[in-house]
Design a protein around this ligand. Structure first.
Ligand code: BT5
Length: 270
């Protein structure tokens, strides 16, 4: 699609470094997989802030090897390489700032939409009074011997111009910006706005400041009755999402008043 090719995107980018090294592909398996290979390759190492975008993914992935599906020409599907060097505990800040950047960019282009974040990695918009998933984040990072993250790949998928009939079957009700507003949205303008927000948020986080305060304001999960399935131990918790910490972990208070801090999991709002 021409709107997302290199020259078209470079001409409207306002970032200093994020996305300045930008690659477009009409189709690939998964942008996360390809960017990971490029970052690990023997050739010229792509710099931090490299963005790889595909108009279509045949093997698009969510967390836990779930599928991420979007027909050609309808979505933003891209990955960002960040050579952060942050301590491992801060890795989650990348998911937090990416979901914030996506929410802020959507608000800028679709001011009438209510936008929020569903913990831990869903970008949501309200449609006919219901929160629906319009995008998701997939962070993949490795920890080195010093407990730091030399390289992180941040995958971002946003449903932009899918018609209602093109939305996939999904656990959380899905939508697109077109379906929610009735208007097509420029993928190129949305991408440029998102990268600009992400660059600013990244620089603040890079100075050591947690995005928690700003991020928490957008979190639709807080104060809700939730069913939480923890990733890793598969434990299920029922309770109220009562707070978060600096690392973006979710606190769930159960009926007996005990507070459980969850680092990774799936939330169903009840
Ligand atoms: C996510 O996982 O939400 C992360 C999605 C990240 C996708 C991007 S696209 C660019 C980059 N390259 C990749 O290969 N991936 C990243 P998770 O929370 O596990 O949600 C996955 C679930 O969302 C699936 O099991 C479906 O139920 C649902 N789903 C699949 N496609 C969807 C879509 N287009 N819109 C809304 N929900 C979807």
């Amino acid at each position: 699609m021409q709107d997302l090719q290199e020259t078209a995107v470079q001409s409207i980018l306002i970032t200093r470094w994020l996305g300045r090294n930008y690659h477009y592909l009409a189709s690939t398996g998964s942008t996360n997989d390809l960017l990971k290979q490029m970052a690990a390759g023997d050739g010229r190492q792509p710099p931090t802030g490299t963005v790889l975008l595909a108009d279509y993914q045949s093997q698009g992935r969510g967390r836990l090897q779930r599928r991420w599906e979007a027909p050609p020409g309808t979505a933003l599907l891209f990955s960002v390489l960040l050579r952060s060097g942050w301590p491992a505990a801060q890795a989650n800040w990348l998911t937090m700032i990416a979901s914030l950047a996506a929410a802020q960019a959507i608000s800028a282009l679709c001011p009438a939409l209510a936008v929020g974040i569903k913990w831990p990695n869903d970008v949501m918009v309200q449609q006919a009074g219901t929160w629906c998933k319009v995008g998701g984040l997939l962070l993949e990072s490795e920890v080195d011997g010093n407990g730091r993250i030399p390289t992180a790949i941040l995958g971002i998928g946003l449903n932009v111009n899918m018609t209602t009939a093109q939305l996939p079957q999904a656990a959380t009700p899905p939508t697109s910006l077109l379906a929610a507003t009735g208007q097509p949205v420029s993928r190129r303008a949305l991408l440029a706005a998102l990268l600009a927000e992400l660059e600013t948020l990244y620089e603040t986080a890079d100075s050591g400041q947690s995005p928690q305060q700003v991020w928490q304001k957008q979190l639709i999960t807080l104060g809700q009755q939730v069913k939480m399935t923890e990733v890793g131990n598969g434990r299920t918790l029922h309770g109220t999402a009562s707070g978060t910490n600096l690392w973006g972990h979710l606190q769930v208070t159960d009926a007996s008043g005990q507070v459980h801090t969850v680092t990774a999991g799936d939330v169903t709002l009840r």
